[in-house]
Design a protein around this ligand. Structure first.
Ligand SMILES: Cc1ncc(COP(=O)(O)O)c(C=O)c1O
Length: 391
């Protein structure tokens, strides 16, 4: 089927040709409801006219120059993001992993500025931060790391949602300089920490003069019902990474920083050819405008509640459900058994879902989903799970 592509992905036997809103059509013109948004990317759904128009108009003017020169759209986008996130400065990248690479490099520079020769970053079990060498090392999943040893030095791993473990590191390791954590673990299985976890990390970081670095690549851009998930707890990190939904599918990521962390990078410290080019920034600006105009952050919060309540009542009598959890439009339904075959079954019924951590059905529908479509998702996914558990 694809002899000249490297076998990096275990792909489903389907190819899409076009999309509109929450819907996709394959090459046979079959229609699918996309309850995954390209893994939290297409928050505005497919072919949103505002993004399409912005990209087309920008492509007609200028696609790329270089970061050798000033880029007005990049400056505008940085201003907007800093205002939304209450951060000071931004570095633009092309992906989530690259945003995290920038964060890791900031932590290293910060450590050296404190006179620490081998600065270490505290990272979590079950986390996911990307596939570059540093980010796969930060990732708490052996499957992602296996075969790529030697891994990068300078990471200390602790269990997620365990403040005491971080305090223990603080008491014993003088080379720690930062904590890198997802506000909700996405790939790890939609793991939602206890209320107060992020605030607790903030406090420990303040007490130890560490950087608090939040990976909001999956949780950011309105997905949890706030622009950024840390805003549920009124936390301001020192570093925040985003990507995925920022360009609604046009590749762009960002590493935002505040205070001392914002001053670490100097000319020559870091860079990337494509990062923040006019085309990508025009898409991201259109995403921000549309999210504000259509009040999509509030909509994500509302729809998330609707989906959670819907699943709770549709699945309440069913044996085999371990937990139904969600934060805005990040929904995880954990079963007591593996369920990866549900993905293929859903596909034959015209529905795109995902299973992560072997037994967690993960839903990440677009923020533009309507209430009626949310009801359709509840009905279809509940039927699938019922069939799997009772069949
Ligand atoms: C929390 C988190 N961090 C980082 C990444 C890596 O992003 P990318 O695939 O754009 O490199 C992902 C991707 O799933 C993610 O969910």
């Amino acid at each position: 089927m694809a002899d000249h592509l490297m076998s990096t992905y275990k792909r489903l036997p389907i190819r899409f040709e076009r999309g509109e809103g929450i819907w996709l059509w394959d090459t046979e013109n079959r229609q699918y409801l996309d309850a995954l948004s390209g893994i939290a990317v297409c928050g505005l759904g497919h072919a949103h006219p505002a993004v399409t128009q912005a990209i087309c108009e920008q492509a007609d003017k200028l696609v790329h120059t270089s970061n050798l020169y000033g880029i007005p759209l990049q400056e505008r986008l940085a201003d907007r993001l800093c205002a939304l996130a209450t951060m000071d400065r931004v570095f633009f990248s092309n992906s989530g992993a690259e945003s995290n690479e920038a964060a890791i490099k900031i932590a290293r520079l910060f450590g050296h500025s404190k006179g620490i020769d081998c600065p270490a970053i505290i990272v979590m079990e079950n986390s996911f931060h990307g596939r570059t060498l540093a980010t796969l090392t930060a990732t708490g999943n052996r499957k992602v790391q296996a075969g790529f040893e030697p891994l990068v030095r300078g990471f200390i791993r602790v269990p997620y949602n365990d403040l005491e473990a971080i305090r223990t590191v603080a008491a014993n390791k003088s080379d720690a300089v930062a904590v890198l954590v997802e506000p909700v673990q996405g790939e790890g299985g939609i793991n939602i920490p206890d209320a107060g976890y992020l605030a607790g990390i903030r406090k420990i970081c303040d007490e130890n003069n560490w950087l608090m670095m939040l990976d909001e690549i999956q949780t950011g851009m309105g997905r949890t019902g706030k622009w950024f998930a840390c805003q549920h707890e009124n936390i301001l990190p020192d570093v925040m990474t985003i990507a995925k939904a920022l360009g609604n599918g046009v590749p762009i990521g960002a590493c935002l920083a505040s205070g001392q962390a914002a001053d670490m990078m100097q000319p020559g410290s870091h860079g990337t050819t494509f990062g923040g080019n006019p085309l990508a920034c025009s898409a991201a600006l259109a995403v921000l405008d549309t999210m504000e105009q259509e009040k999509l952050v509030e909509q994500a919060a509302r729809l998330g509640q609707q989906l959670l309540q819907g699943f709770s009542s549709a699945l309440q009598d069913l044996q085999g459900i371990t937990e139904i959890r969600g934060h805005g439009l990040m929904i995880g339904i954990e079963l007591d058994r593996p369920c990866s075959e549900l993905v293929g079954k859903a596909l034959t019924q015209g529905l795109l879902i995902n299973v992560t951590a072997e037994r967690v059905v993960r839903l990440l529908p677009p923020l533009i989903t309507t209430e009626k479509q949310a009801d359709m998702i509840v009905a279809q996914v509940s039927d699938l799970i019922r069939g799997h558990l009772e069949g």
